[in-house]
Design a protein around this ligand. Structure first.
Ligand SMILES: *Cc1c(COP(=O)(O)O)cnc(C)c1O
Length: 363
């Protein structure tokens, strides 16, 4: 069986180092907001070429806290509209809602699966105050075009990079931006539980985030803001400290798998993802499209190849968003009907990749 994502195999090389870290943290007797987190925040900020990193309990909270921090700083207020891609993991949209803001959906491009910048302007109203760009499946959204719109309309630009660790670093820095990351085990940089972070160059925002993630207090038992409890714990930070140095290498391995899939899969019934072979993609997922998606998934399963659908139901068709259920987003709907994610990870072997290609070419 070729698994879609073998997390056990990904973490196996770190086993003895993890155990050493567990011992160290255990013996330190200090489990929250300590040295390991401090080290990780410094290293991850440097890795992202940003001044500040604020560890959070998960990626969802990283997003919510960015919005809440901007609200505390008076740059956003309850009911403001935020442009989001109609095609994204539900967390991006739920985070906007959770912060008391109003998500406004914009269709993606079918080739890249990321938000279509040409369709943003028409959705902007006097209440629009921010754009949330999502680098879905590991591919950088069209940031130059998006930034231009943000600047022209005086909007905040926030990035959801939960699927794209390592992608922005090859690009220039964007104005205004705060970037949210997740370290959920299956992400390109994953810990052994929940974890997340925000990176930013904005000192005022960083200060607010450090406070909000820890009950809104800078000084213990002094509450300055309506904060929450969302901290990246010492143990998870210690695991991330071990894995971060290998992230670029792992992303290179993912790109190597993607290159083979793109060059060697030859089947008229399968539409391969667009990639210009630049560093703008870290292939969190390798997402193909095909008209009879369920049939292809079954065929692959019969041949011992595990695949996953990201995602089966578009956000606007979810039960939780009953107000949106009647809306029409044809590109988003087509994507949800046709996509299938092939096995993708830094631990796939040459033989496994060759086998997936062979089976697909025979379909
Ligand atoms: C995983 C993910 C999140 C949320 O991260 P968690 O750590 O699971 O809370 C947000 N946005 C996107 C696009 C994701 O893939």
């Amino acid at each position: 069986m070729i698994s879609f994502l073998d997390l056990k195999k990904i973490n196996e090389p770190y086993e003895s180092a993890f155990q050493e870290k567990l011992k160290t943290v255990l013996h330190n007797g200090w489990y929250i907001l300590g040295e390991e987190l401090h080290t990780f925040e410094k290293s991850f900020a440097a890795f992202c070429n940003k001044k500040h990193c604020i560890g959070t309990g998960n990626g969802f909270d990283a997003l919510v806290l960015i919005f809440k921090a901007y609200i505390e700083l008076g740059k956003l207020k309850n009911g403001d509209e935020v442009i989001v891609p109609a095609n994204t993991f539900i967390a991006s949209i739920l985070a906007v809602k959770q912060a008391g803001l109003v998500p406004v959906l914009v269709e993606p491009k079918i080739e890249t699966y990321t938000i279509n910048p040409d369709l943003i302007q028409e959705k902007i109203t006097p209440n629009t105050k921010a754009i949330l760009a999502v680098h879905l499946y590991g591919q950088l959204a069209e940031m130059n075009a998006i930034q231009e719109i943000a600047v022209k309309n005086n909007l905040l630009l926030i990035e959801d990079a939960a699927q794209s660790h390592g992608v922005q670093e090859s690009h220039k820095k964007y104005l205004n931006s705060a970037i949210a990351y997740s370290f959920y085990p299956g992400k390109n940089l994953g810990c052994l539980g929940d974890g997340g972070a925000v990176v930013t160059d904005d000192e005022e925002l960083a200060k607010m985030l450090f406070s909000l993630r820890n009950y809104g207090s800078e000084k213990k038992y002094h509450t300055d803001f309506i904060g929450v409890n969302s901290r990246l714990d010492e143990l998870q930070a210690s695991f991330l400290n071990l894995k971060l140095p290998h992230l670029n290498r792992d992303n290179e391995k993912r790109r190597a798998v993607a290159k083979r899939y793109l060059k060697e899969i030859k089947n008229d019934r399968i539409i391969l993802p667009f990639w210009d072979f630049s560093n703008n993609h870290v292939f969190h997922l390798f997402v193909i499209r095909t008209e009879k998606r369920d049939e292809l998934q079954q065929y692959l399963a019969l041949n011992n190849i595990q695949t996953v659908i990201h995602y089966p139901i578009p956000p606007h068709r979810q039960k939780a968003f009953s107000d949106w259920n009647e809306l029409s987003f044809p590109i988003t709907e087509k994507i949800h009907d046709e996509v299938l994610s092939l096995p993708m990870s830094p631990v796939l072997t040459e033989e496994e990749v060759a086998f997936v290609i062979e089976i697909l070419n025979r379909y």
